[in-house]
Design a protein around this ligand. Structure first.
Ligand code: UD1
Length: 432
C-alpha cells in the first residue's frame, strides 16, 4: 500500500499545467461508444477513474486504442455486450454513464446499481425519471438496473434535483431519440457543456447546454470526430488553494479562468491576490488570509468538489469561518483528520464551524475520499514537520501525477510504499 510522505513548511512557487477535466472525460468516453466509427479524444487525464472506465468500455466489446497517456481512440462499432458488471461500478460510479449511452445507441443496457459512496447516499432517481420519460422501461433486479426501449421518443423533462449525472445521462439517450427533448432544471457545470459539445461534434443537435434548459433534437446516427477535453476546474482550484495555504505564488496554466470564478472570488475576499490571464491564473499569498462563509451550490455556485480544500485553507485563516455543504450529506469526513493536525473545526449537520489556527502540525492522516485526500496533502505541505497521508488510491482517482506537480513547485513530498522503511528514512534524511 502506498502513502504520501510530506515535509511541510515550504511555500509552493512556480508554474503548474492543468490536465483535462476528469468529470468531462467520464461523460465523453461513455458517449464516444455511441458512434460506429473511430472517435479520437485528446487532453485525456491519465487518472485511475478514466482507466477503469476505459476497461469497462473494452469489456463491452468496444475497441480502445490508448495512443498515449493523454489520448485515446475508441471505436464503438464492435460493441457486443450490453451489461456493465459490478466490478466496474464498485470502482467508479460514473460507469453508469454507459446506461444512457447504450440506451441511446442500442435501445438496451444493464448496469450494476451504484451503491452509496464515501460522500453520501447518491440516489439515481432523476436518471431513471429521464429514461422513463423518453419511453424506456427501467427495472431494478438483483442489484442491477436494466433499461430498454423499442423506440426512444423525445419528451419534456423537468429534473426535480439539479444533477450533473442525470443531465449527462439523459442528454446522451435523448440525443438519439426520435424528436425533440427539452430538459429543464438541467445542471450547468462546465463539463455538461463539454459533453454536449462533444456529442455535437459527433453529429448530435444539442442547444442550451450551460443554461438550465437544454434542447435536444434527436438524430439517428453519430459520426467520427476528434475532440479535446476542457481543463479540469477542480485540479486547477486545488493548486490555487495550495498557493494560498502555503503562502506561495503559483501560475496555474491551461485553465479557463471563467470556470474558476467562484474560487477566485473567495480567495480575493480573504486577501489573496488572483491575477487572471487568457488561459492561466496566478495566485499569490504572502500573509495569513482572512475568514469567510461558503455554501456549496451547483455551478456557477461554489463547487462541492472544492469544499474540503477550501475548508482546510480557512482552518489556517485569521478568524472564524463557516462552510455549509448543501450537495452531499457526508462530506466532512476529513475534519477529524485535519483536527489531528491541530485544526479547530466543529461539524454540526451540514455545517462546519472553523476557528482558524496559525499552523497545522504534521501527523499521520488518512484520505477518506478523493478531494478530501488532496486537501490533507496540501495541509501537510502547509504544516510544520512530517505528515503522512494513507489511502492515496483515492487521490489517484482524480489527480494526474499529483506528487510530481507538487514537487516541481518546491513541495517536499514523495510517494512511498508503507512497508518501505528504507525509502521513508531516506526521505526524512533528505528533508532534514
Ligand atoms: C458529479 C461529479 C462530482 C460532483 C457532483 C456535484 C462526476 C463524475 N461527478 O457527481 O464530482 O461532486 O457532480 O457537483 O461528474 N441526486 C438525486 N437524484 C439523482 C441524482 C442526484 O437526488 O438522480 C442528488 C445527489 O444526491 C446530490 C445532488 O443531487 O445531492 C447532486 O448530485 P449530482 O449532480 O448528480 O452528482 P454526480 O453527478 O453524482
Amino acid at each position: 500500500m502506498e502513502q504520501y510522505i510530506i515535509k511541510g513548511g515550504n511555500p509552493l512557487n512556480g508554474e503548474v499545467t492543468i490536465g483535462g477535466a476528469k468529470n468531462a472525460a467520464l461523460g465523453i468516453l461513455a458517449a464516444a461508444i455511441m458512434a460506429d466509427d473511430v472517435v479520437t479524444i485528446e487532453n485525456l487525464p491519465n487518472v485511475r477513474d478514466i482507466n477503469v472506465l476505459l476497461q469497462a468500455i473494452e469489456a463491452i466489446g468496444a475497441t480502445v486504442d490508448r495512443v498515449s497517456d493523454n489520448e485515446v481512440k475508441i471505436n464503438g462499432s464492435t460493441i457486443g455486450c450490453l451489461n456493465i458488471n459490478y466490478e466496474f461500478i464498485r470502482k467508479i460510479r460514473a460507469s453508469y454513464y454507459l446506461l444512457g449511452a447504450l440506451l441511446g445507441k442500442c435501445g438496451k443496457a444493464s448496469v450494476a446499481l451504484p451503491g452509496g459512496c464515501a460522500i453520501g447516499s447518491r440516489p439515481i432517481d432523476q436518471h431513471i425519471k429521464g429514461f422513463e420519460a423518453l419511453g424506456a422501461k427501467v427495472t431494478i433486479d438483483h442489484g442491477t438496473i436494466s433499461t430498454s426501449a423499442d423506440k426512444l421518443i423525445g419528451n419534456h423533462i423537468y429534473l426535480d434535483v439539479v444533477s450533473v449525472g442525470a443531465t449527462i445521462n439523459i442528454m446522451m439517450a435523448a440525443a438519439r431519440a426520435e424528436g425533440k427533448t427539452i430538459l429543464e432544471n438541467a445542471a450547468k457545470e462546465p463539463h455538461i457543456v463539454d459533453v454536449a459539445n462533444f456529442l455535437n461534434s459527433m453529429g448530435a443537435d444539442i442547444k442550451g447546454a450551460g443554461t438550465d434548459i437544454i434542447r435536444i433534437q434527436g438524430v439517428s446516427k453519430f459520426k467520427k470526430t476528434t475532440y479535446s477535453i476542457i481543463p479540469d476546474q477542480i485540479e486547477a482550484g486545488t493548486f490555487m488553494i495550495a498557493a494560498a495555504a502555503t503562502k506561495g505564488n503559483i501560475l496555474v496554466k491551461n485553465v479557463i479562468p471563467k470556470h474558476l470564478e467562484a474560487i477566485s472570488a473567495k480567495l480575493i475576499e480573504i486577501g489573496a491576490t488572483v491575477e487572471e490571464y487568457d488561459d492561466a491564473v496566478r495566485v499569490i499569498a504572502d500573509k495569513r488570509l482572512g475568514s469567510t462563509q461558503i455554501k456549496t451550490l451547483p455551478y456557477p455556485g461554489f463547487p462541492t468538489d472544492m469544499q474540503p480544500q477550501t475548508a482546510m485553507l480557512l482552518a489556517l485563516s485569521n478568524g472564524n469561518s463557516m462552510v455549509i455543504e448543501s450537495i452531499f450529506e457526508n462530506r466532512f469526513k476529513y475534519v477529524d483528520e485535519l483536527n489531528r493536525m491541530g485544526a479547530n473545526i466543529k461539524v454540526e449537520g451540514n455545517v462546519a464551524i472553523i476557528e482558524g489556527i496559525e499552523q497545522f502540525s504534521g501527523a499521520e492522516v488518512s484520505a477518506p475520499d478523493l478531494r478530501a485526500g488532496a486537501a490533507l496533502v496540501v495541509a501537510g505541505l502547509a504544516g510544520d514537520g512530517i505528515t503522512t497521508v494513507d489511502q492515496i488510491h483515492y487521490i489517484q482517482r482524480g489527480y494526474e501525477n499529483f506528487e510530481g506537480k507538487l514537487q516541481a513547485l518546491g513541495g517536499l513530498i514523495e510517494r512511498v510504499d508503507v512497508e518501505d522503511e528504507k525509502s521513508i528514512n531516506k526521505f526524512k534524511l533528505r528533508v532534514g
